[in-house]
Design a protein around this ligand. Structure first.
Ligand code: HEC
Length: 171
């Protein structure tokens, strides 16, 4: 956090061009969907937490596996719900971004993150995978994914999101 604050401050001092350059340096390369392009400026729900290992027992080899290091960001629409103790049912427009790094050194450097994205498209009293779409990288197109929703169905009771306030209180 200290690092990214420094980056932003430096960019502001240097002016508009520098803001764009600093943004590019901190984010994965390429052009992203505008619904998550700016995710580094969102609420980082894992701030101050070291997320590694396999706390749920379901990570498998996805998200860089149990040796990876991870951070989770949420946009303003979903921030209060994600940070709460539940019960969870996210508002339509919620976007959750997960960064995954190969190892601790990569995580500390903040460079080279893989990015996966969950988007809640439809509000509903019934929790359903059909309310969500998924993107497998920063520059991917979001859409339905049996691969993503299949495993995230393990978290169906918390609206398909594992990393919420209750989870972080326990881990
Ligand atoms: C094999 C199971 C599995 C698959 C497949 C999977 N995930 Fe996950 N995902 C997890 C687990 C487990 C967590 C949270 C716990 C952790 O980090 O250990 C997680 C966390 C996330 C998060 C952070 C919010 C949350 O739900 O905790 C996002 C965003 C995410 N996954 C997106 C995706 C996308 C997009 C795909 C498809 C490209 C995908 N996942 C495929 C298991 C999976």
């Amino acid at each position: 956090m200290r690092k990214s604050l420094y980056r932003h401050t430096a960019a502001w001092v240097l002016g508009g061009t520098a803001i764009a350059l600093a943004g590019c340096a901190a984010l994965p390369g390429g052009t992203a969907d505008e619904r998550w392009a700016d995710y580094k400026n969102w609420t980082k729900i894992t701030e101050g937490k070291v997320q590694t290992g396999d706390p749920t027992g379901f990570i498998g080899n996805v998200h860089k596996g149990p040796n990876g290091y991870r951070d989770v960001y949420v946009n303003d629409i979903g921030a209060a719900m994600l940070a709460s103790e539940g019960p969870y049912n996210f508002p339509a427009g919620t976007v959750v971004v997960k960064e995954q790094y190969d190892n601790q050194a990569a995580w500390e450097s903040g460079e080279g993150a893989g990015v996966t994205v969950s988007l809640k498209m439809t509000a509903s009293d019934d929790l359903s995978k059909d309310n969500w779409i998924w993107a497998e990288s920063y520059t991917s197109t979001a859409g339905e994914s049996a691969f993503c929703s299949g495993c995230h169905s393990i978290a169906a009771k918390t609206d398909y999101v594992f990393t919420n306030g209750a989870f972080l209180a326990a881990h």
